[in-house]
Design a protein around this ligand. Sequence first.
Ligand code: NA7
Length: 545
Amino acid sequence: MSDTSIHDGDAGPGPERVDVLVVGMGFAGMYVLYCARQRGLTARAFEAGSDVGGTWFWNRYPGCRVDVDSVQYSYHFSGELAKEWRWTEKFAAQSELLRYCNYVAGRFDLRRDAKFNTRVTSAVFDDETNLWTLRTDKGDVASAPYCIMATGSLSTPYRPPYPGIEDFRGDWYHTGTWPHREVSFAGKRVGIIGTGSTGIQAIPVIAREAKHLTVFQRTPQYTSPARNRPMAPGEQEAFNARHDDWRDEAMQTFNAITDYPPPTRHHHEDTPEERRAYLEGRWEEGGMPQAMLETYKNVAVDEAANKVVADFVRDKIREIVEDPEVAERLCPPEDLPIGSKRPPIDTDYYETFNRDNVTLVDIKSVPVESITADGIKTGDVEYELDAIVFATGFDAMTGSLLAIDIRTGTGASLKDAWSDGPDTYLGLMVAGLPNLFMINGPGSPSVKANMIMAIEHHTDWIMDLLDHLREHGLDRIEAQKQAQDEWVEHAREVAEATLMPVADSWYVGANVPGKTRVYMPYFGGFDRYVKICEEVVADGYRGFR
Ligand code: NA7
């Protein structure tokens, strides 16, 4: 069994042999380690960051917070753990989420099997010994029969390659790699590029601090109020009291989130007045899941229904934003279905554009040309800035996996397997790469669900599979190509029956030039996905060899 003598930060230990290798120590990697230990497996995890937390370790930008209710966006494998932790807000801020990760890591002594400050560079499978070997940038070499990629869906930041960044005399930041120190914008002229979920969280907060904030917007977004608030007295206790029932209930929902009224009608069942009143109610209520997307049953699939809700939000923008020209610039275009980009929820986003110290610049009509020593140049205009914030997103879902040279000794590689898009079987495995698993991989509900619930589901499913292999004396499992092709086709059909793949979003990889356009998350629903995974098992691991 293993020599688990690696400590945090040690460089270049000798080869290590364990049962399970884990890449990443965010929510997913931590749970994989916990489960491996519970099942008597030895494990070694590697993490590029200096500590646990993943997304919540890296994304420390102003305003960063979760947009699924904190009590639901938590681990649920242990009712006891749920009882020990108390969330302070409906939507916890990044610092609180990171404290939670630290608490869990300490509570279950998870750091013991993890090596931090260490990036995995390659993963190679030996077809003769059935072992994966990981190599890291610190010289580590570790082998195991199984390798689990817990690399996160949004963990490889994307920054547009504007020329001139090296000339900029001020400070610049990417929201996804925010410094681990206080960043003050007081008295500064700040420019922010990007108005996705991240920009929408950061803009109101930076605007309150900076001398001036210039927002560089390519595509206007539909956003709706989060209505974040402190947790009410007794609210956490009430949730804890129904914890196990809640978990069962959540497993049977589309996105593993409950306590929001599900849509009960189609838009055409209401008169225009009824629609207005109903949508007003939903707007007032705020929060997720999927914000205004899940108001009428047919918003995701029917253009007319989608337009009703999109028009409602455009009217809201015109109502909130005082300068009519700015309001029009903030209105998403008619050909962008609401919900086709990831629906953000916000606190005072549109209101922020009423501030005297905020300017909105449209970089769709006049794109950014370059970064200069003094700021950002678009066409004939140069905006003078002391700091630039890139809120320009991620090479989502595949970026972190493809950054690792994943291959077999006989020459199959993940890069080749995914040259036409990220084909997977159930988002869990890739044909041709035995004994390699992904948590929240492309082709699984992942970013369309409560990620923590999806993490626990995948991990439990994989652990059961490893038990099954051990019980049957099998040392190798692989997705069958045909089963994978069928899954990919099913996932494509499900997505294409909706308006979701229409937008140039990170869901389809359109934000990264050259990336194959495929709707990557499984949009068939978490409940349906869980059921399919159960059927696959009941059918003797159908589709696996
Ligand atoms: P997103 O949602 O990908 O948003 C990135 C923003 O940056 C978006 O407004 C983009 O405009 C803009 N962007 C990206 N590339 C460029 C270039 N080259 N030029 C100008 N503007 C650009 O990332 P977030 O970090 O906000 O959110 C990611 C997820 O994290 C979020 O959905 C949650 O799930 C958590 P575009 O819309 O592409 O025109």
